[in-house]
Design a protein around this ligand. Sequence first.
Ligand SMILES: CC(=O)SCCNC(=O)CCNC(=O)[C@H](O)C(C)(C)COP(=O)(O)OP(=O)(O)OC[C@H]1O[C@@H](n2cnc3c(N)ncnc32)[C@H](O)[C@@H]1OP(=O)(O)O
Length: 434
Amino acid sequence: MITEVRPPGRDEMRAYYRVLPFANGLPQWEPTDAAWHGGPEPWPPRRRPATDEQLDEWARKDVGGGLFHPVAAFADGVCVGGSAMLSYRVTVPGGGTVGMGGVTSTAVVATHRRRGLLRRMMRAMFDAALERGELLAMLSASEGGIYGRFGFSPATHRTRWELARHQGGLRPAAPDPGSLELVDAAGAQAAWPIVHALVRAGRAGRAGELTPLPGHWERLSDEPNGTDGPPRHLVHRDRHGAVDGAARFRLPWSPTAAHAGTLVVEALEAANPAAYRALWALLLDFDLTRTVVAPGRPRDEPLRWMLADPRAMRVTRQSDNLWARLLDVPAALSRRAYGGADELVFGIDDDLMCPANNRTWLLRTDGVETVCVATDRAAELTLTTPALGSLYFGGASVHDLAYAGRATPHTADALARTARLFRTDTEPHNSFGF
Ligand SMILES: CC(=O)SCCNC(=O)CCNC(=O)[C@H](O)C(C)(C)COP(=O)(O)OP(=O)(O)OC[C@H]1O[C@@H](n2cnc3c(N)ncnc32)[C@H](O)[C@@H]1OP(=O)(O)O
């Protein structure tokens, strides 16, 4: 059997999409994902295999913008595997952005699995991303056991919480000087890009947030989704009328009395505490509801500290969200900000996919300006490639990683200094994925 890994040609796109679970009606997400969902509908929704017309439409939309980079695996000329990278920019600690290749839509047909085709596609995508100047790769993992071997490790997380309406009272605060408005999809499409840009820039920039691809916000609609009902769009403006917050929520219809009166908050972002509080105040006390469910929230939700009863917010699930791996270690590390001035010498020796990273590196920073260069000095600690992916966005403890054998200190203060440099006060978070 002759196997080949390369980008599919335009005339091969139908065959390429056909191998992907979302196109052929197979299960496509972690089986327990229904646990995130607030409504009574089974989740993920059932899908039929896509028609040829749909596949052609996807190809027309995906290919051509220059941001979608598919790769396919062929066996004796037949497409048996596919994956793709999307060119994003992702916010890093300090508020800068770096080019990132987002791995998505990955599958190898059942008859050709465990022969190294994914590994070859991954290597081809890493090489192409480096050529495009993308310094890291990220993905959301269908199963937790697959991607560590390629250097990926959890970098952002998501939390699902629930709150009973009668317990959702907020601590007293000054009246909101701004205003709230329920808008239609067109209003939401105008507001969200503003809010998202403000959030990415605010509080020194929320690490982990992605730059939306063209057409991203146009997908906001007023269309109902089965018994989940239509999305409702809420916009907050400051005292001068400038948009500074937005939320999207649903009021799913329920066939059972137990689930009736649930309000599901699909998205909520605000550029300042007043807008954040005003949006939540309305959603936590919505007439004719009993429970608020928020499925994709940051681990460090400030709302907890605004509640009169902080225990009222019941976390029902936490999970990794985006996984990261650095493709170009020195370039990626010199783009983020750090928690102080220091010099740290660390080694990497396990990167089989990007071997240029296997060096001893000197990271020298004044907290904002940073250089990272190869050095002959002795390493103060050794990091595994996945550990560096988790540390990069500031949301992981290097002490925990050392405890788990993923970071090895060689000097007494190496872990404490690494923690001071890398850890951020605000948790990295991405409000949408890919
Ligand atoms: C980012 C995303 O797109 S997430 C979506 C991922 N896709 C899916 O889950 C769809 C269903 N699964 C599949 O299509 C395939 O099993 C894939 C794509 C996950 C793996 O493709 P394969 O060609 O079998 O992988 P490949 O043979 O290159 O395996 C490389 C290594 O990963 C391991 N591996 C592959 N899949 C899995 C898995 N599901 N669980 C644990 N280990 C795995 C292999 O054992 C191998 O390990 P080794 O290098 O230590 O020998």
